[in-house]
Design a protein around this ligand. Structure first.
Ligand SMILES: *[C@@H]1O[C@H](CO)[C@@H](O)[C@H](O)[C@H]1NC(C)=O
Length: 213
């Protein structure tokens, strides 16, 4: 039965009670009538509870859906696709540069996320976020050289080596906020020493995404 039907029955009962001759309080008729009225009220109450329960379930489903969407977005941000780190060196012992040109660090040791291009020497940001870059130049006596860290052709940092006696190495670290598509690379001039033996990496370039945002 629907709500309307209950209301009609309740109204009918009330009218009947009003017009009926007063019955003795404990008569069978009075008892049955009260029982019927109570049953109808209870059924109405149950129907209301069922409706409330349905609404609560819908609300819970909506909350769960929102929660799942938030969790998926968070997982995407923390996921493997957001890991960006590269480390590169020079394979040559010596890289003489006459004019300012991009230093192509061709020996790639790490390149998670493939943002660094070992053919061009250019790092291209794939995500907005905070990045840290490091570059170093090492040169022997009498072979001076310089390196410039660039962000979209803007000069960010500078390091020199080889102007004094003996070998020396200069390195710099830069913290950069990059938007997707920004490029970071190193331009060099003069002499840039590479790797002597297996572990003597004199010059290097590396970078890491600290957090995407
Ligand atoms: C990166 O930042 C720019 C500028 O604030 C914004 O227009 C763009 O939507 C952002 N891209 C992403 C993928 O968040």
């Amino acid at each position: 039965m629907n709500t309307m039907a209950y209301i009609v029955i309740l109204a009918a009962l009330s009218v009947q009670m009003l017009v009926a001759f007063p019955e003795p309080q404990c008569s069978n008729y009075d008892f049955q009538e009260k029982l019927l009225e109570k049953t109808v009220r209870m059924e109405l109450h149950i129907e209301l509870l069922e409706k409330e329960n349905k609404e609560l379930k819908n609300q819970q489903l909506l909350t769960q859906n929102n929660y799942n969407a938030d969790l998926a977005a968070l997982n995407a941000r923390l996921g493997a696709t957001n890991k960006i780190i590269f480390r590169a060196k020079l394979s040559k012992q010596s890289l003489p540069l006459t004019t300012q040109q991009i230093v192509v660090f061709d020996t790639v040791q790490d390149n998670v996320g493939n943002a660094y291009n070992a053919d061009s020497g250019v790092f291209t940001s794939q995500l907005n976020g905070t990045y840290v870059f490091q570059f170093a130049i090492g040169n022997p006596t009498g072979k001076p050289g310089a390196m410039f860290l660039k962000k979209n052709s803007e000069g960010i940092d500078y390091a020199i080596a080889g102007h004094t006696s003996g070998w020396n190495i200069a390195g710099k670290t830069a913290f950069l906020y990059l938007e997707a598509g920004d490029t970071v690379y190193v331009v060099g001039e003069g002499h840039v020493a590479g790797t002597y033996g297996t572990d003597r990496h004199h010059s290097s370039f590396s970078g890491v995404l600290m957090h995407a945002c």
